[in-house]
Write a protein that binds this ligand. Structure first.
Ligand code: NAP
Length: 289
């Protein structure tokens, strides 16, 4: 199967590499073109514009930072829309809001092509290991056709119905994750400031009903104030913002998420946006001094 891949950030690089390793023919594009080099060394072809990728490939996947980037890559000059046509499929795996996804869907389908949104749950390591959870919605035929690629990228693919449902599901999941990360950070800081060992707190948590891979995977490095980016904090804050907007639309009161969003905003204002989202603990530490 031949696929195009737009966006080689933390996730896109791992995902496109995985497709290559599993025998897919992959043609890549990234805004910063030099990031394509490593993929080319592993057998990928490269195009200079999103339009050129779409022209070459029947299926094109995108993995871009936010709604602005997802729209720009489709609608701007040399973008996807210039070459998408009947018989081609566009699969956007970026985390965006339902409204953005719907705009992209309308633009793609107006050209007679198929559109699927397919944001993912899981981070850098699951992307490398092909263990993502795929939250797809939109064209069911395209979902079925994309299954060989989804089987390489993920451990489970959900088909959630109409465009927007995948985006919403992803935002709900990340809203929960961002809130939990804040509670976890507060716990680590509170243990430390009240004379307890944060390492012992990790051991206690790991033996009980709240044990989870996130605490286990990130806790020890948070204690050491080390935040190599797996999921950049700026993207987690974007997801909190978009989830809160979804709450606004549906009149759902979300005080816990709103507080968590403020902590992520504070962390961004401290210049921590490109670090892992677990760096939010630094904002909590500083607010207690
Ligand atoms: P990332 O490392 O920051 O990569 C972002 C990508 O978007 C890069 O390829 C970047 O290109 C591109 N981009 C940004 N603005 C652009 C623009 N205006 N036009 C064209 N391209 C643009 O982010 P990531 O962690 O891979 O995340 C990608 C998406 O997946 C985000 O929506 C994120 O929320 C979601 N996600 C991430 C994770 C995770 O754990 N990392 C997990 C699940 C979902 P340049 O290289 O030129 O900057």
């Amino acid at each position: 199967m031949e696929v195009g891949f737009l966006g080689l950030g933390i996730m896109g690089k791992a995902m496109s590499m995985n497709l290559l390793k599993h025998g897919f023919k992959v043609t890549v594009w990234n805004r910063t073109l030099s990031k394509c080099d490593e993929l080319v060394e592993h057998g990928a072809e490269v195009c200079k514009t999103p339009a050129a990728v779409v022209k070459k490939c029947k299926y094109t996947i995108a993995m871009l930072s936010d709604p602005y980037a997802a729209l720009a890559v489709v609608l701007d000059k040399d973008g996807v829309l210039e070459q998408i046509s009947q018989g081609k499929g566009y699969i956007d795996m970026s985390t965006v809001d339902a409204e953005t996804s719907l705009k992209i869907s309308e633009a793609i389908t107006a050209k007679g092509a198929q559109f699927l949104e397919a944001p993912v749950s899981g981070s850098k390591k699951p992307a490398e290991d092909g263990q993502l959870i795929i939250l797809a919605a939109g064209d069911k035929a395209l979902f079925d056709e994309a299954m060989p690629a989804f089987d390489v990228l993920g451990k489970k693919s959900f088909y959630l119905g109409q465009v927007g449902n995948g985006a919403k599901m992803k935002l709900v999941v990340n809203m929960i994750m961002g809130s939990v990360m804040n509670a976890f950070s507060e716990g680590l800081v509170l243990a430390d400031k009240s004379g307890l060992s944060p390492d012992t707190l990790l051991d206690v948590l790991d033996l009980g009903a709240m044990a989870n891979p996130m605490f286990k995977g990130k806790g020890a490095s948070m204690i050491k104030s080390s935040y190599p980016p797996a999921f950049p904090l700026k993207h987690q804050q974007k997801d909190m913002r978009l989830a809160l907007a979804l709450g606004d639309e549906n009149a759902v009161s979300m005080p816990v998420s709103a507080a968590a969003n403020e902590a992520f905003k504070k962390a961004r204002s401290m210049g921590l946006g490109d670090l892992d989202f677990s760096a939010v603990i630094e904002a909590l530490k500083s607010s207690r001094q």
